[in-house]
Design a protein around this ligand. Structure first.
Ligand code: CA
Length: 225
């Protein structure tokens, strides 16, 4: 899961990022409304935490432009102001939740969980799944339980091949051909490097599947006993 934090108070932004990352989310931070909106419009986020009082573009304007542009990413508004009018304004403009500062980290995490559960993409059939690990093709994300990691293009392509050929041996040669192509100068150790990245990510996810090395041949994705 990837969360965008748009918050100009540096310390709070850093605290939120730490809290989210400790809880298995990937968190990106932007400190003003303009760059926050640009980032949000990439569409790669599962949830956006949006402060109201922001330099360059305030939170309400960010939210309006996001929704006007057809972006439906769940938004959790954060603000120091607790006036009821703000609360109503935020909800009218398409915010999904509203938290007033200071808030309890547990409450924030509960909101983020609730918002991510609502997303239909989480039930996307266009995803490969094996042993509790799911590759989300629309988000280049590998997911296991509550944890998720983003994959680079190459990592994604290799993981896709491993999932499609689960429990089968994939040779290094076939991976090189499929991922890098005939013209490429890539060698066996390119494959090894990306396999090691993927193993680290699977470990980070606490996944119950592993990429086994078949000596002199290649790799096999299998479930741990
Ligand atoms: Ca602020």
């Amino acid at each position: 899961m990837r969360v965008l934090v748009i918050e100009d108070e540096l310390r709070l932004a850093a605290t939120l990022q730490d809290l989210l990352e400790l809880n298995g989310y990937t968190a990106d931070v932007r400190h003003d409304g303009e760059s926050g909106l640009d980032e949000a419009l990439t569409g790669i986020y599962d949830v956006i935490l949006l402060d109201v009082m922001l330099p360059k573009l305030d939170g309400f304007s960010v939210l309006r432009r996001l929704r006007d542009g057809g972006n439906a990413t769940p938004v959790l508004m954060l603000t120091a102001r607790s006036e009821v009018t703000d609360r109503v304004e935020g909800l009218d403009r398409g915010a999904d939740y509203y938290l007033t500062k200071p808030f309890d980290p547990k409450e924030l995490l509960a909101c983020v969980r609730a918002l991510t559960r609502r997303q239909p993409e989480l039930r996307n059939p266009d995803a490969l799944e094996f042993g509790g690990v799911r590759l989300d093709k629309s988000r280049f994300t590998l997911i296991c339980g509550e944890r998720s990691v983003r994959l680079s293009r190459k990592e994604f392509d290799i993981m896709e091949q491993l999932l499609l050929n689960r429990n089968l041996v994939l040779t290094k040669e076939s991976l090189l051909l499929k991922i890098w192509g005939y013209e490429s100068e890539a060698e066996d150790n390119n494959v090894e490097v990306y396999i090691s990245f993927l193993r680290k990510k699977l470990a980070h996810l606490h996944a119950k599947v592993r990429i086994r090395t078949i000596r002199m041949v290649g790799y096999c994705l299998e479930e741990e006993n």
